[in-house]
Design a protein around this ligand. Sequence first.
Ligand code: PGA
Length: 252
Amino acid sequence: MRKKIVAGNWKMNKTLQEGLELAKELDAALAGKAINCDVVIGTPFIHLASVASAIDTTKIGVASQNCADKVSGAYTGEISASMVASTGAKYVILGHSERRAYYGETTAILKEKTELVLANGLTPIFCIGEVLEEREAGIQNQIVKNQIEESLFGLSAEDFGKIVLAYEPVWAIGTGKTATAAQAQEIHEYIRSVVAGKYGKEVADNCSILYGGSCNGANAKELFANPDVDGGLIGGAALTVAAFMPIIEAWG
Ligand code: PGA
C-alpha cells in the first residue's frame, strides 16, 4: 500500500524563531491524535537541525527544499545532501517549479540531485508540472512525462520505489486556482501509467503521488478522494497550524 502524505513547503518564510514556534505548535497539535497520513514540513535549510531536534521526528518528517547537485567541495553557498541528512531531516523537495523557473534547474541537474539525495538515505519529494501555456496547448501529459523520464528513469526500480512524486500545475501554485479534482485525477492516473510503463505495475501502485497548487482545508478532502491522489504538497496553507491541520485531517 502506498503512503498517504501531507507535506508542507514553507518556502522562504519564517525566521528561525517563527519556524521553531510553528513546528512545535504542529507537534503539540498532533500529539495524541490518530493521524492517517505521514506529515512532513519543508523548512529553510538553516532551520532544519533546530526544528528536527525540537519535534518528534517519528511523527513529523523534516524536509529541506533543495540541495546541491555536487557531493562536496568548493561550491560556495551550497548545501549538500549529506549535510541535510546530518541535521535529522528525512526528505528533500526537489525540482519545485520555483527552482526550475528562477534558479535554472534543468532535468539534468535534477537527475544529479535525485541520485545524491537517494545515496544519502533521504527521500526525494520530486515535483513535476506544467505551466499555463502548456496546459492551454493541451501538452501537460508530455511535459510531466519528459520531466520524469529525463530526471528519474535512469534509476533502478528499487531506487525509483523510494521516490515520492508531487504533481504541481504551475498555474495553480500560490494563485488560489486549484486543479479540479477531475483534472488532478486525470493527470495523476496518467503519471502512474508512465511509471508503470517503465517499472511495472507494482512499483507504480506503490508510488505516492501528491497534488500541489492552492490545496487547502476546503478542497483537500475532494482532491484526496481521488484514487490516484495520495496527499498534498502544501505551500501557503502550511504556514499556520490552523490552516495545515485540516489538510492533514482530510485523511479522516
Ligand atoms: P501553494 O504552493 O499551496 O501556496 O499553492 C504549493 C507549492 O508550491 O508547493
